[in-house]
Design a protein around this ligand. Structure first.
Ligand code: SAH
Ligand code: SF4
Ligand code: F3S
Length: 452
């Protein structure tokens, strides 16, 4: 390969975890001398970082892959990599399905990309899906944003929600040490980043696998302790975290969020279903009453906190009246954002084998009804912003209107206002909200009064 021909392309599917992994893998490729190519057809190394949470996510990967596999017949030097959760789930089977593949690597192997590619370049077809201890990444990620950054704090998931592939593909929980996390955030601060999001599939599990207990008998390192520990990192102005699990969510954490000024008043706490029987069948480990109590407690400390969640409709055996309990919860809580999905049976998960599966018609009918309610409620929730002055961290230009910039409020609402991105990128601007839509806002920057 000549230097000019060393170009790579990554397409990322799935969740923030995958996006964070892709940024680290891009960093590794750039370290190896590869240059980013937006167009996969001009790249010599193409990496698909895949998601298998629902069947449609998985199918998308196969259609992308089919196109590049064909191209490989004319360009045998092309290197094709499948990383992420489909890779982990399918392993060797993926090579049988797409023999043109060079490398199949599970998410736990992301930091090993260089080593794995070197094996490929010396002529091997490689599958890396065994469970491993995740080593600290020593390369620098190539981050998509210069303003906001993801910071992994815990990998994997030890829950056993009966519908979910994540524990199978991401492995057991592995927490990074508070010191390693803080060092990464300090580096981000030095590079001028303003906002960080701490990431974990079940972030409330942070620290359980690290040594140390307090005199009161709780783990020494919890998410709450971590928030206090990283809060004073210079130049970082906002801290977020996701995803929270209602089973382990504590009042101590809520208090910390209320107390720590940099921690944004935004909570992503999936409830999945508003019906206790369904929650039990899902093995979620809480009731809808407990979920409501958590939200009430959050709102008692932070009345205006924004709340988002995920929900599944059409879980095996879900009756019409059980589904209506989900509608009721959504109606009563008033989410700022809700990611909804029809249940999709996944290989290797218990619920996929049950006989009480619902028809596609019932599932898509319920999904439509839920989405309709979500849009109505989100539009209602948005109204509270009208006329208010919101603190917006500017991230980018509005891609649909270059005379505007886009950023987010502390509550994570996408907000647009007129301005020059070259001047405003990374700035926190006070904006008066003049227009509200269900999931985004438009405003005018407020010019601060000049003090004498
Ligand atoms: N760790 C997070 C969610 C991870 S997966 C949590 O515990 O909530 C992201 C979302 O995908 C889930 O919240 C769930 O709503 C959805 N999901 C997961 N498995 C699914 C399946 N088999 N069918 C439909 N939706 C699913
Ligand atoms: Fe999946 Fe449940 Fe783990 Fe979330 S907590 S990743 S839904 S198994
Ligand atoms: Fe998908 Fe894997 Fe994330 S299955 S949702 S990319 S953990």
């Amino acid at each position: 390969m000549t230097t000019s021909s060393r170009r790579y392309h990554i397409t990322t599917f799935g969740c923030q975890m995958n996006k964070a992994d892709s940024e680290r893998m891009a960093g590794i490729l750039e370290d190896m001398g590869f240059q980013w190519s937006e167009d996969p057809n001009e790249a010599n190394v193409i990496l698909y970082n895949t998601c298998t949470i629902r069947d449609n996510a998985e199918q998308k990967v196969y259609s992308y892959l089919g196109r590049q596999a064909k191209r490989k017949h004319e360009e045998p030097d092309l290197t094709l990599v499948v990383a992420g959760c489909v890779a982990q789930q399918e392993g060797e089977a993926l090579l049988r399905r797409v023999p043109e593949l060079d490398l199949v690597m599970g998410p736990q192997h992301a930091n090993r990309l260089q080593d794995l590619l070197e094996q490929v370049f010396s002529g091997n077809q490689v599958v890396a899906t065994e469970a491993v201890h995740i080593f600290e990444d020593i390369t620098k990620p190539r981050r998509d944003s210069k303003v906001t950054a993801w910071v992994n704090v815990i990998y994997g998931c030890n829950e056993r929600c009966t519908y979910c592939v994540v524990p199978g593909v991401r492995g057991v929980e592995q927490s990074r040490t508070p010191e390693a996390i803080r060092a990464e955030i300090e580096e981000l601060g030095r590079q001028g980043y303003k906002e960080i999001t701490l990431l974990g599939q079940n972030i409330d599990a942070y620290g359980r696998d690290l040594p140390g207990v307090t005199p009161e008998g709780r783990h020494q390192h919890t998410l709450t302790d971590l928030l206090y520990y990283v809060h004073d990192v210079p130049s970082i102005e906002r801290i977020r975290f996701a995803t929270s699990h209602p089973r382990y969510f504590t009042e101590r954490l809520i208090k910390a969020c209320a107390e720590l000024p940099k921690v944004c008043e935004h909570f992503h706490i999936p409830f999945q279903s508003g019906d206790n029987e369904v929650l039990k069948a899902m093995s979620r480990g809480y009731t809808q009453e407990k979920y409501r109590r958590i939200i009430d407690t959050i709102r008692s400390y932070m009345p205006d906190a924004s709340i988002s969640a995920d929900a599944i409709v059409g879980f095996p055996g879900e009756t019409e009246s059980q589904f209506e309990n989900t509608l009721k919860l959504v109606d009563e809580i008033g989410f700022d954002l809700l990611n909804t999905a029809a249940y999709s049976p996944r290989p290797g998960t218990p619920a996929a084998l049950w006989e009480n599966q619902l028809s596609e018609e019932v599932k898509s009918d319920r999904l439509q009804r839920l989405n309709h309610l979500v849009n109505t409620k989100a539009a209602e929730r948005s109204q509270r912003y009208l006329g208010r002055i919101e603190e917006v961290l500017v991230e980018d230009q509005n891609s649909k209107d270059p005379s505007q910039v886009m950023g987010r409020t502390r509550g994570n609402r996408l907000t647009f206002f007129p301005g020059d991105i070259n001047e405003l990128k990374g700035q926190v601007v006070q904006a008066k909200i003049t227009e509200v839509r269900a999931f985004s806002l438009t405003g005018q920057p407020v010019v601060p009064a000049i003090c004498a």
